[in-house]
Design a protein around this ligand. Structure first.
Ligand code: GLN
Length: 277
């Protein structure tokens, strides 16, 4: 590649990174101590991590996030199914590898990636400035937003209505970050299903969670509805994370994602899994 072309590509890539959406309208990049330490450890090194060796490509996920990842009797990768699982399988196979899934808590994913326990994270993970301090993200493959799940008779019509309601979020999700930034108190649950059960049982008034997952929960549970508020919750972009500096794997993933975005594979997977029971 010519130097000028390389530079142009770099500038474009950097512009794309800068223009990545934040989760909430006033989302900053507070950065916690963990990610700072991690980026110091991983970021400055000139030695990029070797790409996934051998024939396995190990993806970390948290299979509690339908329609992106969930446990099913006959998943696309063993017991794991969903949009992300199908994407992971295709990326691996198109590159002569076998996708292996490590299912863990959402909060543990980035640490596992930094430790080299997994090669990449595919978990409906939103690109945020804070996360970018510790890992590199691929080209985004899906746009979502935070929404509010409420009971059908609820008087909540906008985000500011929930200020003094009982709010449920899921630990480590961007929904929690949004509530922190808005300064609303909440209770955090380990799983989306637990938060939704709390709502169904009348123990909380609203669950703040990603849009496609919210739709899944609303269709699976009677008496719930979704309230959107685009003025409070901006678009979020999901991407695959790799270790900082692992450009070889990142390039491989980006090439696959860009092809799947262009040829409609990802949108048809999204449609297919949104409808599936
Ligand atoms: N998109 C949200 C986030 O990145 C939730 C992702 C998930 O639970 N898998 O925090």
């Amino acid at each position: 590649m010519k130097k000028a072309t390389k530079l142009a590509a770099l500038v474009l890539a950097m512009t794309m990174l800068v223009s990545v959406f934040a989760a909430c309208s006033n989302s900053g990049s507070a950065g916690d101590s963990n990610s700072n330490a991690a980026s110091q450890a991983a970021g400055q090194s000139s030695e990029a991590q070797a790409p996934a060796a051998g024939t396995e490509l190990k993806f970390g996920t948290n299979a509690e996030f339908p329609p992106f990842e969930f446990v099913a009797a006959n998943g696309v990768i063993g017991q794991y199914d969903g949009i992300d699982m199908a994407i992971a399988k295709q990326i691996a196979e198109e590159n002569g590898k076998t996708a292996v899934i490590e299912n863990m808590e959402f909060d543990s994913l980035l640490v596992a990636l930094q430790n080299g326990q997994i090669d990449a994270v595919i978990a409906g993970m939103t690109v945020t400035d804070e996360r970018k301090e510790s890992v590199d993200f691929s080209t985004p493959y899906y746009t979502a937003t935070q929404v509010m799940i409420v009971k059908e008779g609820s008087d909540i019509t906008k985000a500011s209505d929930i200020a003094d309601k009982k709010i449920c979020v899921i630990q480590g999700y961007t929904g929690q970050t949004c509530m922190d930034e808005m300064g609303y108190p909440y209770e955090a649950f380990k799983k989306g299903t637990e938060a939704v059960l709390e709502l169904v049982n009348g123990k909380c008034d609203v669950v703040v969670i990603d849009s496609a997952t919210a739709e899944k929960y609303v269709s699976d549970n009677q008496g719930l509805k979704i309230v959107e508020d685009p003025t409070a919750f901006e678009g979020e972009e999901y991407a695959i994370a790799v270790q900082k500096g692992n450009t070889e794997l990142l390039n491989m993933i980006n090439a696959a994602i860009e092809k799947k975005l262009a040829d409609g594979t990802i949108s048809s997977l999204a449609a297919q899994y949104a409808e599936a029971e």
